[in-house]
Write a protein that binds this ligand. Structure first.
Ligand code: AMP
Length: 249
């Protein structure tokens, strides 16, 4: 069973991004970039499936600028067998990425595509769902447990009221949540090994996909600054302020 794992290069989760002065977006020049944290979990899960004998090959895919190669190398250091870069300098929105992944899925014929549940830069939570729709494959989002047996996969997902277990026929699309696993530490020998693994590069044109943006960002603003707090002398004053100033009770 081949597993395809899309990995996105995003601003590192520790970086506090700044809104550009013209409010057209956030400034990502010279900031640390890393693999989307949910995608690390997806790669880890795919590699565990391979280690258990349920998968035979793990292929990482990244769509974006040439530096996404670093993200693919990280995926290969975790244990992916090879990488595919869909190279484009254009702004790639979830629909464009889903179309690119669909074309790759048609070429690579994986039995499972495991994505992150969302990218921490756009917080879209759309790509996996769109990919499943384009392929006509079953999908299970926000997975907290994945069990493959034969040509089916059981996925446990966290929902508001508790846990839900879905039983899907393969091929299928799964998006992963935080509690699925804890990704392994990437060791230096594995980083060195990853440098020798195959990395193929294709363009959106090679795949016949028009990646032109469909959505336009109108304005990006900082959240309102927090106002300073005040000490109140007693509960009566607190209740009075909540009622008459904040108007929340
Ligand atoms: P999103 O729908 O943007 O929140 O992203 C959900 C998931 O889709 C991510 O966790 C990745 O697994 C995948 N994904 C999104 N954008 C890309 C990209 N440019 N390259 C590879 N995978 C992506």
């Amino acid at each position: 069973m081949k597993v395809l794992v899309p990995v996105k290069r995003v601003v590192d989760f520790n970086v506090k991004v700044r809104v550009k002065s013209d409010h057209s977006g956030v400034d990502i020049a010279n900031v640390k970039m890393s693999m989307n944290p949910f995608d690390e979990i997806a790669v880890e899960e795919a590699v565990r499936l391979k280690e258990k004998g349920a998968a035979t090959e793990v292929v990482a895919v990244s769509c974006g600028v040439a530096q996404c190669q670093e993200t693919l190398r990280t995926a290969m250091a975790i244990g992916a067998d090879r990488g595919i870069l869909v190279q484009s300098d254009a702004e790639l929105q979830p629909l464009a990425v889903a179309k690119l992944l669909a074309e790759l899925a048609k070429k690579e014929t994986p039995q499972l595509v495991v994505l992150g549940k969302q990218a921490i830069d756009d917080d879209a939570n759309q790509t996996g769902q769109m990919l499943a729709a384009l392929m006509g494959w079953p999908q299970a989002t926000n997975a907290s447990q994945v069990e493959v047996s034969g040509d089916r996969v059981k996925v446990t997902r966290e929902i508001d009221g508790g846990l839900e277990t879905l039983d899907l026929a393969l091929p299928a699309v799964i998006t992963v949540d935080l509690r699925l696993n804890e990704p392994r530490y990437v060791t230096l020998p594995n980083i060195m090994k990853a440098k020798k693994k195959p990395l193929e590069s294709v363009s959106p044109e090679d795949l016949g996909v028009d990646v032109a943006p469909r959505l336009k960002t109108l304005e990006v603003m900082d959240p309102p600054a927090r106002k300073g707090g005040v000490m109140v002398p007693d509960v009566a004053t607190l209740v009075d302020k909540l009622k008459n100033e904040a108007k929340v009770v």
